[in-house]
Design a protein around this ligand. Structure first.
Ligand code: GTP
Ligand code: MN
Ligand code: MN
Length: 385
């Protein structure tokens, strides 16, 4: 047995869902560059490589202090040869040449700008890049055929790429709460996603909605959307019935009520108070002189576009949905990998299936779900893998 060292139990914990990963950590100087490489691998649709970089970064986020020398890493899991090379370079030179040249590359910058349009995925962005397009403005100027979602994405490009603050998320929470309570008294609404994990800013605001009376949540989303639309609060919305049955989530077969799972991708029109507005820029000059065509608006008034995700779940699946929509994305992925590889189970946002027992396991809370999975409970604030 080895003497007790600085990096305690983490050495044996190779799944991110086994570790506590706080939001603020000591190794951003390493994780941020590694995540640039992960993102770049995603742009080239190299998922394996992207996950490898994300896992490396995630291990470093869980460390109790900043890494100062390579030998501190020798017992850590998930650090591949490529990641170690990058880390070594940063420790020695302060930067990694590979990361810096990636950051500067025309392809990376264009892919970042193009995938930054709501409704544009890597495939589409890559096609546009190969056609010579570099930015959302190029889409406008060359008259690209865009879906309704992408049109909204281009129109509100600047707002949607401005981080949503916690304060804004709270205002949106109040609105969503009013909407839901108006159309279904007794409904339960929780903030999920990054804000539930304690983030100070996010790219959107995520909500999960349910009702203690199973079935009462049925067809709820159109009612919520109508209420919001009547109030003039929506700039865009797309409601979809749950597509879980067609998804590639694995063998977990959902119970029969699964098709009631509904979700809505939306863009809210968020009024900004005079005070808020003054903090940023004088209201009268706000957006004046814009000629870039990416955003029409705000002449004199003060509002901004904010992405909001709404999900409705039956009460019996609420724990699964809560766990599935809290994130982080890597934490979720690792939970499913753990379930499959270590437990012979299949986990989704709807259900947990135990292949050995050949049955679904029920759960009324996230705590029960972690217990079913044989994992120590990790609170949302420590799921920032
Ligand atoms: P920011 O919004 O960027 O601040 O971070 P976030 O963690 O909130 O990310 P996001 O809003 O994209 O996703 C929130 C959670 O919902 C993550 O855990 C995702 O894995 C999950 N999620 C997103 N899309 C889907 C989906 O289509 N199906 C399911 N089941 N989960 C999803
Ligand atoms: Mn989010
Ligand atoms: Mn979201």
């Amino acid at each position: 047995p080895k003497p007790c060292e600085v990096t305690p139990a983490i050495i044996t914990k190779s799944y991110a869902c086994q570790r506590r990963t706080p939001l603020k950590h000591h190794n951003s100087f390493l994780t941020e560059p590694l995540e640039i490489l992960a993102e770049n691998a995603e742009f080239s649709e190299n998922e394996g490589r992207s996950i490898a970089f994300r896992r490396s970064a995630s291990v470093l986020k869980a460390l109790p202090r900043a890494v100062r020398a390579m030998d501190e890493l020798k017992d850590l899991p998930c650090l591949g040869e490529h990641s170690l090379r990058v880390i070594k370079e940063i420790l020695e030179d302060g930067t990694s040449s590979e990361v810096e040249s990636t950051r500067q590359s025309e392809q990376f910058q264009a892919m970042k700008a193009l995938t930054g349009v709501f409704g544009v995925g890597v495939r589409t962005a890559d096609r546009w890049f190969r056609e010579g397009l570099r930015s959302p403005l190029d889409l406008v100027h060359t008259g690209q055929k865009l879906s309704h979602t992408q049109q909204a994405g281009v129109q509100h490009y600047n707002d949607l790429n401005t981080p949503v603050t916690k304060k804004e998320a709270m205002v949106i929470s109040d609105i969503v709460e009013r909407a839901v309570k108006a159309v279904l008294p007794g409904a339960i609404i929780i903030l999920t996603g990054g804000f539930r994990r304690g983030k100070e800013v996010g790219h959107d605001v995520d909500f999960l909605i349910t009702h203690p009376e199973e079935g009462a949540e049925e067809r709820l989303m159109p009612k919520i959307v109508n209420w919001l639309e009547d109030q003039g609060l929506l700039l865009y919305q797309k409601t979809t019935r749950n597509s879980y049955l067609e998804s590639k989530d694995g063998p977990a077969r959902p119970p029969s009520n699964m098709d009631r799972f509904e979700r809505c991708f939306s863009i809210f029109r968020l009024e900004q108070t005079k005070v808020d507005c003054d903090e940023h820029v004088d209201a009268s000059s706000y957006n004046s002189g814009r000629t870039d065509g990416t955003e029409e608006r705000h002449s004199g008034s003060s509002w901004r576009a904010v992405r909001v995700d709404l999900v409705v779940s039956p009460y019996s699946q609420f724990a699964f949905a809560t766990l599935g929509w809290t994130g982080s994305k890597l934490f979720e992925r690792e939970l499913r990998r753990w379930a499959g590889q270590e437990k012979g189970m299949s986990l989704s946002s709807h259900a947990l299936y135990d292949s050995k027992q050949q049955r679904y396991l029920q759960a009324n809370s996230e705590e029960e779900l972690f217990a079913h999975l044989g994992l120590e409970y990790i609170p949302p604030s420590e799921r920032n893998a």
